[in-house]
Each structure stands twice: as structure tokens, then as C-alpha cells.
Design a protein. Structure first.
Length: 373
């Protein structure tokens, strides 16, 4: 018999009860259900379900509605997630803006706000204070108790919420965002890469693709890799830095220190230059040569990723989604020419095109609270 690892421990009563609470919450997440229906769905005894439900009602996680009238026998009171219960707050610190949103226990976004904020020139303390002010605004608007906050960041983020490196934010290096922001908002805070959170929003609220490469186009270019319905982080949490895949070895210098990275060719700054546009709205209206530039560069980078990971779908998010079907068609043609897979890789526009990272952050907090996988 192989001995158990020294760090392995049997589940105690508190762990088991926490797990069972998650089973009950997940059972009513899709549609209201009676206590008897929850017991049948989860395999828990009716007595256990009743005890757990009483706790969840007291904690504000569930509400029990009046039983429908008109049926035979004693009607059952349906349980459902409490839309006035604890909420998740998502925050996104971009290169030149900051946003926040609130999602209730049902996953419904109740408040959202985004404002300009220059994070290239100002130090992290300035940006975090700005974000904290917006969090207070959206929480006040939603009027819900806060269960937790998740921050979306444009760079490499460690599991404990430290932003190690953000090439487009030179002053944000080795910043303990989760700890610092937690002291400002007085709530539990975690932090994750923005493209990863946008990919999760697409998985949960978008096209439900369980295997995909989600590409987030902005000032930088990030990617979220979803395999079998789960986010792939890589050994050190750095998977998805698509923007720093080299597509033109003799090209422009990149903020990461390399040359010819994808973002130097297909990031927003490069696309504005190619289109002769003043801002993203003008770029979307009249992309001109930017479509071909973006498609060629994305075709090179994405073909390498798809050939390596054997992914059946690429989802274009951020500014790429706003550029429309023309970019989708061009990228699809580039992949058909370069990818070995058959049938051809599907190229799709993101269903959650705006504020995807914000939604992924807020809903992620809620899903963990509810116990959803």
C-alpha cells in the first residue's frame, strides 16, 4: 500500500458541512427547488438538508418563497438564491482606466462603472485609491453586503495576489495588490490576470465553450486558455502571455524588452497607427488597413498556440470583438492556412464583449461563495 502524503488530512466536520452547503446552493442555483427536491438532487438526507437550509437562510444566502397554490397535497416552499444576499465585486485596473462592478448571488450584474485613470505615470497607490473610490460607489448603488473583491490586472499575477510584472505599467512591479487593496476596501481581496477573468466570463455567461483560446485585445494582448471547462494557469501562473509571442523578429521594440511581439503589431496602439485613427471608436468605425495587420499578426501567433495545444476554438474579445466579422473571417483564413487540425478551428467573436474581465471577476467571487465548480 502506498502511504498517504504527510500533508494529507481527512475531512473534518466543518469541511464536510462546507461542502454540503455548496451542494445545496448549487442545487437551487439553476431554478427554485423545494427542500425535498434538493435532498433528492444531492443525495443528502432530508434532515441534513433542512439543517443546512436553516443556516443558509440565516446567513442571507437563500430565501424561501411562498408555495404555489392550486396543486394537490401540501405544497412545498421553493428555495432560491437570495438576490439581496452577499455580493461579489469585480475591479479592473487597466493601463488608462479603472472599473468596478457588483454581481449578486444569482450572477446578475447590479452596478457597473468605468472611468479614465492614468496608471502609466502614477504610482500604484494612486490607482488603488482611485479603484477603492469606485468600489464604494458601485457597492452603495447596489446596496448589497460584500462577500469579496477580485481585481483584474494586466500582467503576471501570483496566486497570492502580487502583480509581478506588467509591461505596460512600468511602475507596477512586484505590487501586493490583494493585500494593499484589501486594506482600502476592508473586504477579502484576490487578484488575477484580466484575460483569464475575461475567458471565464465567456465560459460562464457567453458561448459555454469548454475548450478555447480567449484572446483579449487592448493596449496589450492577453489570452485565457480554457481546457475542459477549467482555466489553465501554467506551472507558475503565467500562461496566456500571447502578446509577447514574437511575430516579427525584426520589428518594433516592445515594452517587455523584446522586439516584434504581437502587441507591437496588433495591440491597440499599433492598430490606431495602422488605421490612422485617433481613438478606438474611430478605429472600429473605419479600421482600414488595421484589419489586415491584425489578422496577419494574430494568424501567426494563434496558429502556433493552436497547433501546440490542439484547441478547437479561438474567441476574439476586447477591441478584436468590436472590429466585427471582418476580422473573424480574416483570422479564420489565416488559421486554415497554418493550422494542421481538421476540422478547421472555429474563430468567434466574444459574446461578452464589454467589461468581460469585470464580469468574470465579480461572478467568480459569487461562484466560489455558492460552491459552483
Amino acid at each position: 500500500m502506498t502511504p498517504l502524503p504527510s500533508e494529507a488530512h481527512p475531512a473534518g466536520p466543518a469541511t464536510v458541512r462546507r461542502h454540503n452547503r455548496g451542494l445545496v446552493l448549487t442545487a437551487v442555483a439553476g431554478a427554485p427547488a423545494s427542500r425535498a427536491a434538493v435532498a433528492a438532487h444531492t443525495g443528502l438526507t432530508r434532515g441534513t438538508v433542512s439543517s443546512l437550509v436553516d443556516d443558509l437562510l440565516a446567513d442571507g444566502m437563500l430565501v424561501e418563497r411562498e408555495a404555489p397554490r392550486g396543486g394537490r397535497g401540501r405544497p412545498a416552499n421553493p428555495l432560491q438564491l437570495n438576490p439581496s444576499g452577499p455580493c461579489g465585486v469585480g475591479v479592473e485596473i487597466g493601463v488608462d482606466d479603472v472599473g468596478a462592478c457588483v454581481a449578486d448571488l444569482t450572477g446578475t450584474v447590479r452596478a457597473v462603472r468605468r472611468v479614465p485613470s492614468d496608471h502609466r505615470r502614477h504610482d500604484p497607490a494612486h490607482g488603488l485609491r482611485r479603484a477603492a473610490d469606485i468600489v464604494r460607489d458601485v457597492v452603495a448603488e447596489a446596496g448589497l453586503p460584500v462577500a469579496g473583491v477580485r481585481v483584474a490586472l494586466p500582467g503576471v499575477v501570483t496566486p497570492d495576489g502580487v502583480l509581478q510584472r506588467a509591461p505596460n505599467l512600468p511602475r507596477w512591479q512586484d505590487v501586493g495588490v490583494a493585500e494593499l487593496f484589501g486594506s482600502l476596501v476592508e473586504a477579502p481581496v484576490s487578484a488575477t490576470n484580466e484575460a483569464d477573468l475575461a475567458a471565464l466570463a465567456e465560459l460562464w455567461d457567453g458561448q459555454a465553450l469548454r475548450d478555447m483560446l480567449f484572446v483579449s485585445g487592448g493596449v496589450g494582448v492577453g489570452a485565457g486558455i480554457v481546457l475542459d471547462g477549467r482555466l489553465f494557469h501554467g506551472a507558475g501562473g503565467r500562461a496566456g502571455e500571447l502578446g509577447h509571442v514574437v511575430v516579427d523578429p525584426g520589428g518594433r521594440a516592445c515594452t517587455c524588452g523584446g522586439t516584434g511581439c504581437l502587441e507591437t503589431v496588433a495591440g491597440v496602439t499599433a492598430l490606431l497607427r495602422a488605421a490612422g485613427a485617433a481613438d478606438v471608436d474611430e478605429l472600429v468605425r473605419e479600421p482600414g488597413a488595421a484589419l489586415d495587420v491584425a489578422a496577419d499578426a494574430l494568424g501567426v501567433a494563434l496558429a502556433g498556440a493552436v497547433n501546440l495545444l490542439d484547441l478547437p476554438a479561438v474567441v476574439l474579445g476586447g477591441v478584436y470583438a468590436r472590429l466585427g466579422d471582418a476580422l473573424v473571417e480574416r483570422v479564420g483564413a489565416a488559421l486554415r492556412a497554418r493550422v494542421l487540425a481538421r476540422p478547421p478551428v472555429r474563430v468567434l467573436r466574444a459574446a461578452v464583449a464589454r467589461d468581460a474581465a469585470l464580469r468574470g471577476a465579480a461572478i467568480g467571487v459569487v461562484r466560489e461563495l455558492v460552491g459552483a465548480p
